[in-house]
Write a new protein. Structure first.
Length: 368
């Protein structure tokens, strides 16, 4: 192999220049915004590189980012389902709407029939609750139509009533004592019983959970004197109704899970003995409003946490300490405010001991 020798200087081919990477301070600006800038860059990196950069900038300027469409509300999704004749989806969505009965009433007769036909028994019962809470002519008409559809789906006439799916709920006012304009106490005593239908419930024990809202009638300001109640109170003044120092969120229940004079839970071992509770709110402060919501709930067994029936009741007291009763209203399921109150009780139970209803405060089950 012949020896190699370095070529004379003048005969060598020029070696390609290796460009040093530019520092951040030396790097050309991203936008080629002036003729002078383009010319300078052409001298540095060549025509072809500059043309490629210009083409890329054109693409960046003409390609607009894809806008993300806002998520549709349940009401919009319901409207879409009706237009698509997807009544099963529409039935799933309408029970989530705050004004479900108004929405249903706005449909044509044919659409309303198809919606009711596609709805499950559970969905119809939620619509029944919405109709009851709405009241008035529209609510009353909707209740009548929904009960008819429940019967058509095989629910017996007696069980088609609100709150009757799982048993018999009864309420009875046994005392109403007025105060006077010059003083004295007023009292209002109620008894609530629930006898379950053992062919449809799967419970070992059934008891009650109750919320209370005690406010000034004129201003809506909270009047509840219980500090532990205030610690778990919602913005409207609603909280789980338990005296301070009690561990259980179940109305009237002892810390060890027993009953007493104000509570007798239903037990599977004694199926014909109804669950019983008694409440007797009493005070001397006039111009107050007392609102209660009482739910019958499975405490233990396969149905644990299932709400079987709910009743709202209460009264107001005028300046002369005279009681004005409110209508007692039975529904299948509790209000959203009741569910929120249960959540706040459980948050309190998991929170700092100093803020609890009692050091050993126990959580309530998730509602279903």
């Amino acid at each position: 192999m012949p020896p190699t020798r370095p070529l004379p200087e003048g005969e060598r081919e020029p070696e390609p220049a290796i460009a040093e990477p530019a520092s951040a301070a030396q790097a050309p600006p991203l936008r080629l915004s002036s003729a002078a800038g383009v010319l300078a860059l052409q001298r540095a990196v060549g025509n072809r590189a500059v043309q490629a950069m210009l083409a890329r900038e054109d693409d960046e300027e003409t390609t607009a980012p894809t806008a993300t469409a806002p998520a549709k509300t349940d009401e919009q999704l319901f409207d879409d389902a009706i237009k698509a004749n997807d009544y099963a989806k529409a039935a799933e969505l309408i029970v989530k709407l705050p004004k479900a009965i108004d929405k249903m009433s706005a449909l044509s007769a044919d659409q309303m029939y198809k919606l009711a036909d596609a709805a499950s028994v559970d969905q119809l019962r939620l619509l029944q609750d919405a109709a009851i809470r709405q009241g008035g002519w529209t609510g009353g008409l909707a209740q009548f139509a929904i009960r008819g559809k429940l019967v058509a789906k095989g629910v017996g006439a007696a069980k088609s009533a609100a709150g009757a799916a799982f048993g018999t709920l009864d309420t009875k006012i046994v005392e109403k004592t007025n105060g006077t304009a010059t003083g004295g106490s007023y009292a209002y005593k109620i008894e609530i019983t629930f006898l379950p239908d053992t062919t449809v419930v799967n419970a070992d024990e059934i008891a009650f959970v109750q919320t209370v809202r005690l406010v000034d009638t004129a201003t809506g300001a909270n009047k509840d004197p219980e500090q532990t109640n205030k610690n778990r109170m919602g913005a409207d003044g609603t909280s789980i109704d338990r005296l301070g120092g009690r561990e259980q969120g179940w109305y009237g229940m002892t810390d060890t899970g027993g009953g007493g004079s104000t509570l007798k839970p239903w037990k599977k071992a004694a199926p014909t003995d109804a669950a019983f509770m008694m409440d007797r709110p009493s005070w001397s402060v006039p111009n107050t409003t007392w609102d209660f919501e009482t739910s019958v709930i499975c405490r233990s067994g396969a149905d644990a946490g299932k709400v079987y029936a709910t009743v709202t009741w209460g009264f107001s007291v005028d300046a002369a300490r005279k009681i004005i009763e409110k209508e007692r209203v039975v529904t299948n399921k509790p209000t959203a405010g009741f569910s929120s109150a249960v959540d706040r009780w459980n948050t309190q139970a998991a929170g700092p001991e100093a803020d609890r209803n009692a050091p050993g405060q126990k959580a309530l089950p998730a509602l279903q």
